[in-house]
Design a binder for this molecule. Structure first.
Ligand SMILES: Cc1cc2nc3c(=O)[nH]c(=O)nc-3n(C[C@H](O)[C@H](O)[C@H](O)COP(=O)(O)OP(=O)(O)OC[C@H]3O[C@@H](n4cnc5c(N)ncnc54)[C@H](O)[C@@H]3O)c2cc1C
Length: 519
């Protein structure tokens, strides 16, 4: 017999198998001996009134538990029709895995390097402080998702089958607990191995990878008064052709937006968000979130999610990394960009998150002449200003949070877990005034929600500018570009997704539309 029930558990009960077993037996009126296995199907930690795990469990009595099989159903695609996929980030990789299930041969074109090589390129960036524009924290196998916290939740549940995405991660080496956690995360230390395993699956079933290959143009031919995209051209002049092209180049591929502008292909400006990364001692966030509960020792490093409105702008926390580090996420020379990540154990003594302010074209009318690229130009200029403030290096401008909120230059700065040097800098003068105002007021409001958040123990680092794409590549209901038949823009760079899961789902949706349309 199997029975599914919901149980609220204390942290001790949840983390001690015998106590969990006993609680499940009590809940169903069975004896502990009658319960053969308790499988947790869903769990979420609630610290609002006392600290409790809300769980859904499946209780096995008189029946053996059989672990779930997470394998995908891939076809041998060596001789199947090729589809060109540009970009090996979450959108491109999940499009490729789904292509194998649908009987299409993915040909993946990626400007960066395989994860094994990319690791060395990133280590070199740390030493030389010079960004390689082809292989960095955002570019390379796995895309921006490889060196991330690997948080696997999305605010949107409408886009598709999130379980399918989680299953593909588990199939390739993620801990099966990601399927049950309300706020699952993988950790950057695990992601490279998972991405390499995905490559093995894709190649074994007939897919191809072309690393170190930057796409500079599309190969298109006239068809019934339109252009039909049949492939791409790389920087060396080689072409790669297929039945169609999935464009999944991420929000940092500024050269792709330039290509569209040069060729006169439609693009649109899209609201995005810009701000700072705030960093606190993790112990302080634990105390605030867990109310100094004695159960704290059973609990994971605490997270938070904050959002408010200031003068019509959304101000919100983004990509919160408990026990994390801050990384230099620029993709080219002359830019300073920060982002955050953490290992699976989330065991650094710092908590960080992006705190960003929504920006729309109306906020920066002085950039209107740049048309669809207005917000991109604004984003670039803020990143360039931060780079200059850092002394023309990828050092991160830093300031105490309380000083930032009081328009005061910091005399001393806190230690930071930024992976590089930091440079004391008056961020209240460096960032655009409307962003500064919204951030300052936002921090005051956040302190009312989380007492102690606005503290001199916290720092702000600049600039958190790659939260989402400031440009959209339009597409119609078939997910093709309206002027470019056979081109399927998808993922974060196309402006339809934000984060690993929603980008993966968008890649899956694109390949499904493509397979449907081509058949
Ligand atoms: C440090 C960091 C931490 C993050 N943490 C999280 C997190 O915890 N959870 C979460 O949900 N999201 C996180 N994100 C965001 C997440 O990584 C992105 O939303 C996601 O990777 C977007 O997927 P994508 O496939 O659309 O694009 P990308 O991941 O950006 O991939 C695009 C790929 O295209 C390649 N490319 C670009 N231009 C070209 C070209 N011309 N030719 C060939 N290839 C090209 C790039 O090299 C890249 O590999 C984080 C991002 C960063 C930088």
């Amino acid at each position: 017999m199997r029975k599914i029930v919901e149980i609220d558990l204390s942290p001790e009960e949840y983390t001690t198998p015998e106590l969990l077993h006993a609680a499940a037996a009590r809940r169903t009126g069975m004896t502990a001996a009658e319960v053969k296995h308790v499988e947790v199907l869903r769990r979420s930690l609630d610290s609002r009134r006392g600290i409790r795990y809300h769980t859904t469990v499946e209780i096995y009595a008189g029946e053996d538990f059989v672990p779930r099989d997470y394998s995908g159903h891939y076809q041998d695609c060596h001789a199947k029709p090729p589809v060109v996929i540009v970009g090996a980030g979450p959108a491109g990789l999940f499009a490729a895995l789904r292509a194998l299930e649908l009987g299409l041969k993915p040909v993946i074109i990626e400007r960066g390097q395989p994860v094994e090589q990319r690791r060395y390129d990133i280590a070199r960036l740390g030493r030389s402080r010079v960004v390689d524009p082809e292989s960095n924290w955002c570019f390379g196998e796995g895309g921006a998702g490889t060196y991330s916290d690997g948080k696997l939740y999305t605010r949107s549940t409408k886009r598709g089958n999130i379980d399918y995405v989680l299953q593909r991660f588990i199939e390739h080496g993620a801990d099966p607990s990601i399927a049950i956690d309300a706020h699952a995360h993988i950790g950057t230390d695990r992601l490279s191995g998972i991405i390499a395993n995905m490559r093995h699956t894709i190649e074994t079933h007939g897919g191809e990878y072309h690393f170190g290959t930057r796409v500079v143009d599309l190969v298109a031919q006239p068809e019934q008064g339109q252009l039909r995209v049949v492939g791409v051209r790389d920087a060396q002049g080689n072409t790669y052709e297929g039945v169609a092209v999935v464009l999944a180049t991420g929000h940092s591929a500024r050269d792709i937006y330039s290509l569209f502008t040069r060729r006169g292909w439609a693009l649109q400006a899209k609201p995005f968000a810009l701000g700072v990364r705030v960093e606190h001692p993790q112990s302080l966030i634990n105390e605030i979130q867990y109310h100094r509960s004695p159960s704290m020792r059973f609990l994971p490093p605490a997270a938070y999610s904050l959002t408010t409105q200031v003068d019509g702008h959304g101000v919100f926390s983004f990509c919160m990394c408990p026990g994390g580090v801050i990384v230099p996420a620029a993709t080219g020379a002359g830019q300073q960009v920060v982002n955050g990540m953490s290992n699976s154990q989330r065991n650094s003594p710092y908590a960080n998150s992006g705190i960003a302010v929504t920006v729309s074209p109306a906020d920066v009318p002085q950039y209107a002449d740049h048309g669809a690229l207005a917000l991109l130009r604004f984003q670039q200029e803020v990143e360039e200003a931060a780079f200059r403030a850092a002394g023309d290096t990828i050092s991160a401008p830093i300031q105490r949070l309380t000083d930032f909120c009081q328009n005061r230059t910091s005399q001393h700065n806190n230690k930071s877990n930024y992976l590089g040097p930091t440079v004391g800098s008056p961020l209240h003068e460096l960032l655009p005034p409307f962003v500064v105002h919204c951030l300052q007021e936002g921090f005051r409001q956040f302190d009312r929600k989380m007492h102690g958040f606005l503290t001199s123990q916290a720092s702000v680092l600049a600039v958190e500018s790659r939260t989402s794409s400031p440009v959209r590549i339009p597409r119609d209901e078939t997910m093709q570009h309206p002027q470019l038949h056979g081109l399927y823009p998808c993922g974060e760079g196309a402006g339809y997704a934000g984060g690993i899961v929603s980008s993966a789902l968008d890649g899956i949706n694109a390949i499904e539309k493509l397979a449907n349309y081509q058949s």
